[in-house]
Ligand binder design. Structure first.
Ligand code: PLP
Length: 410
């Protein structure tokens, strides 16, 4: 008889967005006239940059002719893209990688979810709390955790609380761990780690033989000079860190799908016989076995952002969302709310007034001013008492929402 992977049963249902949908639908049914503004979405709303469209049209035309048609490409990505990424995002900062240390994919969700496969099944995991749920859920599925406890934490996982009290910069774990996920800029808090803080983490990882899994999906939103856009700006990071980047929020590729992962040859783990093995070798094996490459057309679109005009267009796009973030931040502050994030990220994290539970604040916001956001509790127990708004809406809705916040009574 076939059995199931029982670890999946440890996971609670994907309750967050389903529950948001249920509550909004119920409210709409009772108030069909309500003009609801959604500031909860984690998806972009503006079209792809013109350079990407143009490059993809050209690539489609290439596919139409025998001479220029492309079938399977290199699983790790075409060199026209990998070289452009390395040159623009790393070499420009004096950081050098070979094209065999970068792996193009269909996005960071797959990469941050799949990376755990190349680690030992008994390896200890640490995650910040609250955080993007994929890191934890994929480790639960892989059996690296115990069961879900009453307090919302899984047994066997080291949680690093990130709250206003520690300025969203987690303390170093008290016990050593093998894998440590850091998300910077963070989803959902929109906060970042400074160069000094990141240096502390890299040094700690080196001392403890820990691998940092660094998710920089929102790196393009960093505006402050003290916040590194790549962990490899920190000396020694090449020995301990794997970095994930995405075109989704950088260039509007959420539906187009493209991302990449840097796995330096210098990051190694211990094999059963005690020898050190490069994670790069394992990731290459995994990637070429389970993935058949990102579409040529999509890679052409992605590479187009590295032209001079492409850089201008993505800066404009990111700038649009960052301006929305500024409008939300300032508007909410004016309305008397305590807000975080939104300076180096498209997320604004607010403290619920009067210590309200995050779901109670969701209901209050929906009923009083017809605005939908995301309850912080959905991102981990330390998200309770907080609420996430995103700047991915269009400008008009963002301005209207901020006006409505001034009417909010709490
Ligand atoms: N990492 C973080 C922190 C995210 O918030 C998201 C998307 O919301 C992703 C990764 C996934 O990005 P992609 O669209 O490249 O799969």
């Amino acid at each position: 008889m076939a059995t199931i992977n029982d670890n999946y049963l440890k996971l609670p249902g994907s309750y967050l967005f389903a529950e948001i949908g249920r509550r909004v639908a119920a409210y709409k049914e009772a108030h069909p006239e309500a003009d609801i503004i959604r500031l909860g979405i984690g998806d972009v709303t503006q079209p792809l940059p013109a350079v990407c469209i143009e490059a993809m049209h050209k690539a489609v035309d290439e596919m139409a002719h025998k001479e220029t048609f492309r079938g399977y490409g290199p699983e790790q990505g075409y060199e026209f893209l990998t070289k452009a990424i390395l040159k623009n995002n790393y070499e420009s900062k004096g950081i050098h990688f070979g094209t065999d240390e970068i792996f193009v994919s269909d996005g960071s969700k797959s990469d941050t979810g799949n990376i755990q496969e190349i680690f030992g099944s008994a390896d200890k995991v640490a995650i910040t709390d609250p955080v993007y749920p994929v890191y934890l859920d994929t480790n639960v599925m892989a059996g690296r955790t115990g069961s879900l406890k009453e307090d919302g934490h899984f047994e066997g996982v080291t949680y690093l609380p990130c709250t206003a009290e520690n300025n969203f910069a987690p303390d170093l774990p008290k016990e050593r761990v093998d894998m440590l996920y850091l998300c910077c800029p963070n989803n959902p808090t929109g906060t970042t780690l400074s160069r000094e803080e990141l240096t502390k983490w890299v040094n700690w990882a080196k001392e403890n033989d820990t691998v940092i899994l660094f998710d920089a999906a929102y790196a393009a939103y960093i505006t402050e000079p003290d916040v590194p856009t790549t962990i490899y700006e920190i000396p020694g990071a090449k020995d301990v860190a794997i970095e994930f980047r995405s075109f989704s929020k950088t260039a509007g590729f959420t539906g187009t799908r493209c991302g990449y992962t840097i796995v330096p040859h210098t990051v190694t783990g211990k094999a059963a016989d005690g020898s050190r093995v490069e994670y790069n070798k394992l990731w290459n094996r995994r990637h070429t076995t389970k993935f058949n490459g990102t579409a040529y057309i999509v890679q052409r679109g992605a590479a187009a952002i590295y032209t001079e005009e492409g850089q201008k267009q993505v800066k404009e796009l990111v700038g649009y969302y960052l301006e929305n973030a500024r409008i939300i931040r300032e508007g909410l502050t004016k309305a008397g709310l305590e807000v975080y994030g939104g300076i180096n990220a498209p997320y604004i994290w607010l403290k619920t007034p009067n210590n309200m539970k995050s779901w109670d604040f969701f209901d209050l916001l929906l009923k009083q001013v017809n605005i939908v956001g995301t309850p912080g509790a959905g991102f981990g127990p330390c998200g309770e008492g907080y609420f996430r708004l995103t700047s991915f809406g269009n400008r008009e809705d963002t301005l209207r929402a901020v006006e409505r916040f001034q009417q909010l009574k709490f």
